[in-house]
Write a protein that binds this ligand. Sequence first.
Ligand code: NAP
Ligand code: GCO
Length: 261
Amino acid sequence: MFSLKGKIALVTGASYGIGFAIAKGLAEAGAKIVFNDINEELVNKGLEAYREIGIEAKGYVCDVTDEKAVADMVSKIENEAGIIDILVNNAGIIKRIPMHEMSAEDFRRVVDVDLIGPFIVSKAVIPSMIKKGHGKIINICSMMSELGRETVSAYASAKGGLKMLTKNICSEYGEHNIQCNGIGPGYIATPQTAPLREIQPDGERHPFDKFIVSKTPAARWGTPDDLIGPAVFLASDASNFVNGHILYVDGGILAYIGKQP
Ligand code: NAP
Ligand code: GCO
């Protein structure tokens, strides 16, 4: 029931990072991988990286916030690879700026990519999933779908909205045998969080790095590969009666008050 043999999986923003790891895992479970990224250089970098691990993926240059480009990409994928069975809305950005200093333009761009993008791509793939009689949509949410923190107001707002979009797609399309769930990663070591893990000039670990490790029962940062099992589960027949659920893959951080300093 965990096999993805014969399935086409689109993972957005998957040249590297969490998207790449999830695509790798879906491929290992049998899926054919198609992915997009925001520019040719990243797509080519991703194709090379997939080839290096024996995965013949198809890559497309597409900004998930551009509705026409997304519609064109989905139609190209349907012609070149087949109907998309599994969509992972992974592409995302973050801007860490104190809210009172953040421009509305910056706030809008984060919401555009992290919330409107998943809406646009989901809207583009759902009609064919309905025709085919099944579909899996996995939205990459965040701990910030549940919690806030300084400087991430736009990101938390977008990821909170993505949690509710997940529940709404579940509600609206469950009768078409489309399951829409979320994965909420905790703190994962990728380029997006590299600034939070930088070694300080005195050689010490970043204070935020130490803070996260003290707040995580697993006492470590997650790795992108920690997300593979949950993604294969939510992409496979094993989760056909799981819908509208956000699966937190966070080492327990959301359950824990944190170690006494
Ligand atoms: P990442 O390293 O920054 O990778 C994000 C990918 O998405 C990059 O390839 C990026 O391309 C691409 N992208 C950005 N904007 C795009 C757009 N408009 N259209 C298409 N592709 C776009 O991030 P990550 O850490 O792997 O995170 C992936 C997802 O997990 C994001 O949704 C993030 O919010 C979420 N997440 C991350 C963590 C974590 O701790 N890392 C935890 C929870 C959730 P560029 O290189 O051009 O930006
Ligand atoms: C931050 C981090 C987090 C992680 C992730 C946590 O600045 O707090 O980037 O937002 O990316 O979303 O789940």
